[in-house]
Ligand binder design. Structure first.
Ligand SMILES: C[S@@+](CC[C@H](N)C(=O)[O-])C[C@H]1O[C@@H](n2cnc3c(N)ncnc32)[C@H](O)[C@@H]1O
Length: 297
């Protein structure tokens, strides 16, 4: 019924070091997989606050968790605004926060959202459909240089310049509006000997990742959160972050290290945890996952 399989669930539970009476935040609640597992560890006064930018997905979490006899608050919004969500609930600090970054399989499977290059749809990619900016705006309105930089930086795509040049040439004949159209343009731009998909991934994978990050300002939100979470954690409270690409993981790693040096947190794991062979086989989406944990001093 909820086809998104939560990643590294046992590791999240262990490393959040849950106190049954504590208050915990799931900042990327999705359809509630991790949330359900956390709720299973809470008793009495224990409570969970769930945040997600995507109201449709949050509604699924509500449905899933409605039978729980623990207190759950659902907040539609950004985890980068956690302070504000806690203020509204009258909470100053919590005992743990988990972030499971990126997209839910449900969002990817909803072809009409425009996240997938293999499903024909408008180039949308907004996690929160109330936001204005879409991927179609970026692809058609940014300069060639801006597009090249964006695809290079956020897609880590070595053919970014060629892809941007081909996009700009193509759009001079009319707006590029569809996911599959863009995927074809990118595949044409990348030299066939460099086709990453001779290995595993489609040549448009990195370009789509870059656009999604840009549309949703994903790295900015992560940066804002990482700078502000220590003030919202009780002593010994923990933050657990699961990331799915190196840009996110680098940000988490460097921020945690810097905060540890300044005596704000301690690093609970020195190296990131990754899913077991078995989990990777059973849930291919988990393959790139890396989990890091810090504890408030
Ligand atoms: C990988 S899914 C989480 C799945 C969830 N842990 C579960 O077990 O069902 C990521 C979710 O984070 C949400 N999301 C991404 N960036 C966000 C942000 N800045 N603020 C709030 N939610 C965000 C997405 O809408 C998506 O539902």
């Amino acid at each position: 019924m909820y086809p998104h399989r939560p990643v590294l669930v046992e590791e999240v539970l262990t490393h959040l070091s849950i106190r049954p009476e504590g208050a915990y935040v799931d900042g990327t609640m999705g359809s509630g997989g991790h949330a359900e597992a956390i709720l299973g560890r809470l008793h009495g006064g224990g409570r969970l606050i769930g945040v997600d930018r995507d109201a449709q997905i949050l509604a699924l979490a509500k449905e899933r968790l409605q039978g729980s006899d623990r207190r759950v608050d659902f907040c539609h919004g950004n985890y980068a605004d956690l302070k504000r969500h806690l203020d509204v609930l009258g909470l100053e600090k919590v005992d743990g926060v988990v972030l499971d970054l990126g997209l839910s399989s449900l969002q990817l499977d909803q072809g009409e959202r425009g996240f997938s290059f293999s499903k024909p749809a408008r180039l949308d990619m907004r996690m929160d459909p109330e936001q204005e900016l879409t991927a179609e705006d970026l692809v058609n309105d940014r300069s060639e240089q801006e597009l090249a930089d964006l695809i290079y930086l956020w897609g880590e795509e070595r053919f970014a310049r060629r892809i941007a040049r081909t996009i700009v040439k193509q759009r001079s004949q009319g707006r590029i509006t569809m996911t599959t159209e863009l995927a074809d343009i990118v595949a044409r731009a990348v030299p066939s000997r460099g086709h990453a998909w001779r290995g595993r991934i489609h040549p448009a994978t990195r370009t789509f990742q870059a656009l999604r990050i840009a549309v949703n300002q994903e790295l900015d939100h992560l940066k804002d959160f990482l700078a502000s979470y220590p003030d919202m954690l009780n002593p010994q409270g923990r933050v657990v972050v699961i990331s799915y690409h190196s840009l996110e993981d680098r940000l988490v790693k460097h921020t945690f290290r810097d905060q540890a040096k300044r005596g704000v947190v301690s690093l609970v794991v020195k190296r990131p945890l990754i899913p077991s062979e078995q989990e990777q086989q059973e849930n291919p989406r988990s393959r790139s996952a890396k989990l890091r944990v810090a504890e408030r001093l």
